[in-house]
Design a protein around this ligand. Structure first.
Ligand code: PBG
Length: 324
């Protein structure tokens, strides 16, 4: 039954009608806010490459976390910037490393806030790669032990969810084993399952000081051209015990999110990464786009594609807008 019987515009006539038939929306409950923690006291320094995003020391981080919880955002994703880096990324799994300290402080101050920790070595290694380097190559199996130790040390500090982002093969399984053998059967794993070797991470690498000193990450992160391979990565991580799988970045990869939604039943997270955030912030600062409308449109598109959770630097702004 086509026109004139069917008129699609009938249900677009008013705001109330549009609200009634809206298929997707973003709840503050769907959001995870990334936070960067550094050593020191009373530090709150804006990250030059990421307007509106800060380096916090553990004390100021707790104040910020209280604010985040008050906004109704249920979870934060923690990244650490260590005091020193070495070949094996020792501070990543040190019991008194920066992330471990921050998790303890957060759990004491804002126990209801879900703390997710990024599990990776790249912020902690002198070469900036996500694993152990031998003869110029990132070696998989020797890295697994350090990744598992890192995840375990985060669990010991009180993390609710560990999120491995290194893209070594087999890491979800070894993390699950390490957690279970040490009594952390209830700590969940959110795996960066389909993580692409993307140029959209540029601003983050400045923020976390983790740009590789040689080469790039394309021997472990995925080729942006590959869609079927993402389905395999996701299936493997689910098999190994991932509780939540992630697609990263989000915007140039909405097809991957949509495929994932059709093929797995675990919750899906999408990471709206630093480069995606900065494009919006810079365009808005120049008056080229309406920031609020563009952010709502972007986050809604990620939900429409099929993501349950969105990790985004826009989370605080979005939550504040919901209260206006
Ligand atoms: C660490 C890691 C990166 C990001 C999250 N975890 C950088 C990378 O893989 O090079 C990127 C996040 C962002 O761009 O917002 N492996």
């Amino acid at each position: 039954m086509a026109y004139p019987i069917n008129r699609m515009r009938r249900l677009r006539r008013s705001d109330a009608l549009r609200r009634m038939v809206r298929e997707n929306s973003v709840a503050v409950d769907n959001l995870i806010y990334p936070l960067f923690v550094v050593h020191g006291i009373d530090v709150k320094v804006e990250i030059p490459s990421m307007p509106g995003v800060y380096h916090f020391s553990t004390d100021t981080l707790c104040t910020e976390a209280e604010h985040i919880a008050r906004l109704g955002i249920p979870a934060v994703l923690l990244f650490g910037i260590p005091a020193a880096k070495d070949e094996k990324g020792s501070e990543a799994y040190a019991p008194d490393g920066i992330v471990q300290r921050a998790v303890r402080a957060l759990k004491k101050t804002v126990p209801e806030l879900v703390v997710v920790t990024d599990v990776c070595l790249c912020e902690y290694t002198s070469h900036g790669h996500c694993g152990i380097v031998k003869d110029g190559e990132v070696v998989n199996d020797e890295t697994l032990d350090l990744i598992a130790r890192t995840a375990l040390s985060h669990a010991e500090a009180g993390a609710d969810i560990v999120a491995p982002s290194d893209m070594m093969d087999g890491r979800v399984g070894v993390i699950r084993d390490a957690l279970d053998e040490n009594g952390f059967t209830d700590v969940a794993i959110m795996s960066y399952a389909a993580k692409f070797a993307s140029s959209f991470y540029g601003p983050f690498r400045d923020a976390a000081g983790c740009a590789p000193k040689f080469g790039d990450r394309s021997t472990y992160q995925m080729d942006p051209a590959n869609r079927r391979e993402a389905a395999r990565e996701i299936a493997l991580d689910v098999d190994e015990g991932a509780d939540i799988i992630m697609v990263k970045p989000a915007l140039a990869y909405l097809d991957i999110i949509s495929d994932a939604r059709a093929s797995v039943d675990v919750p899906i997270a999408a990471y709206n990464v630093s480069g995606e955030y900065c494009m919006v912030k810079l365009a808005a600062a120049k008056g080229l786009v309406d920031e609020k409308r563009v952010v709502v449109e972007i986050l809604t598109s990620i939900r429409r594609a099929g993501a349950d959770l969105i990790i985004t630097y826009h989370a605080k702004d979005y939550a504040a807008w919901q209260r206006e």
